[in-house]
Design a protein around this ligand. Structure first.
Ligand SMILES: C[S@@+](CC[C@H](N)C(=O)[O-])C[C@H]1O[C@@H](n2cnc3c(N)ncnc32)[C@H](O)[C@@H]1O
Length: 341
């Protein structure tokens, strides 16, 4: 290839001249040799006013450009298929979860292998075989490429979580919501996380230095076991305490009231609002999650107020925050409720 050799003392000036006049070839790396450097060229430069520069034919190392999914799949999929490849996928630890449009099902293995090549921090690609269901909110996944595992360590908000995709509910997409709540804690608090799963809310909130203690309650024994491991993993044994069982039977045994109560069970959470209210100190904040159509928000607000009245608690709904999409017209909302007395 065509190169230009120049003393190091004028290398910067020459490089700027070559770039400005489109002589510099960006596909190759310059090479130093003793007090000289070789720059790669697109074409022979004209009007050169630099001393001691000479043109040479020699080989320079090529610059590796990062692989892209589009580049890898260009000759394997049609243009129409390429446009359908989803750009954002959920990643939990080193596992990527594919949601493949039905038009691409026959190409899913090919796409999964390309994803592994492009993302060096992914070791396994799975696809959902059915959405979260039943009381434990579990889903089945099918491994389509890479290491045959459904377990991984996920990092978020300065914590690490051991997650098994089929044994516990977990959503990486709720990281910002967990952070939103963590940031609200500005004085010493005792916190209850109902439906605590493998412990993401408990671990993230516990890293706030104002938090005195966190009690978590989870009915799924396998999720509970992961939560116990995650407490150790994050060295939070001194302030996170988890209990396995139904909140309705476990909570009466915990002789405590709380400054903040989280209710991350959006499908049926409001059925447990009464149980939560019994455990709320005056002044406490309750975070109640619900999947709602936008036109059902007013109805849900009324339902919440009615339940609070029934439990003789005076409340104020501080805000309703949309924190994720569940289905095309259904979003996940968090009602931040202040229990006044
Ligand atoms: C949507 S998941 C949330 C899990 C966890 N908080 C998270 O964000 O990853 C709801 C959890 O509530 C648990 N659950 C459902 N009903 C329960 C009950 N009556 N008592 C305790 N936990 C329950 C499920 O097993 C599930 O793990």
């Amino acid at each position: 290839m065509l190169t230009i050799k120049t003393p190091l003392s004028q290398a910067q000036r020459l490089k700027q001249f070559l770039i400005k006049n489109d002589f510099f070839n960006r596909d190759y790396q310059p090479k130093k040799e003793n007090d000289f450097i070789y720059f790669p060229l697109n074409k022979k430069p004209t009007k050169l006013k630099f001393k001691n520069t000479t043109i040479h034919h020699r080989v320079l190392p090529k610059i590796e450009k990062p692989l892209t999914l589009q580049k890898l799949l260009k000759n394997k999929l049609t243009k129409k298929q390429l446009d359908l490849v989803p750009s954002a996928q959920e990643q939990i630890g080193s596992i990527m979860i594919l949601e493949m449009p039905k038009e691409l099902i026959k190409k899913e293995k090919l796409i999964a292998q390309a994803l592994l090549q492009v993302n060096r921090n992914i070791t396994t690609v799975v696809k959902k075989s059915h959405p979260h269901k039943n009381v434990f909110r579990l889903r089945k996944v099918k491994i389509i490429a890479g290491k045959r595992t459904k377990e991984t360590i996920h990092k978020e908000n300065n914590i690490r979580l051991k997650i098994n995709l089929e044994k516990t509910y977990f959503s990486a997409r709720l990281a910002n919501e967990r952070l939103r709540i963590k940031k609200q804690i500005k004085k010493p608090e005792e916190i209850l996380v109902m439906f605590s799963g493998a412990g993401p809310y408990s671990m993230v909130l516990a890293k706030n230095p104002f938090v005195k203690s966190i009690h978590g309650v989870e009915i799924n024994p396998l999720a509970h076991r992961l939560a116990l491991e995650n407490i150790k993993l994050n060295k939070l044994e001194h302030k996170v305490f988890v209990f396995q069982g139904d909140v309705r039977t476990v909570l009466p045994k915990i002789k405590k009231k709380f400054d903040r109560i989280l209710m991350p069970l959006p499908k049926t959470g409001e059925q447990f609002l009464g149980v939560a209210l019994i455990k709320a100190k005056p002044g406490a904040i309750v975070h109640l999650y619900a999947f709602l159509d936008e036109d059902k928000i007013a109805q849900e607000t009324k339902k919440i107020k009615d339940i609070c009245k029934q439990y003789k608690r005076q409340i104020r709904i501080l805000r309703k925050v949309q924190c994720g999409q569940f289905a095309p017209n259904v979003a996940r909302y968090c009602f931040d409720i202040k229990v006044i007395k």
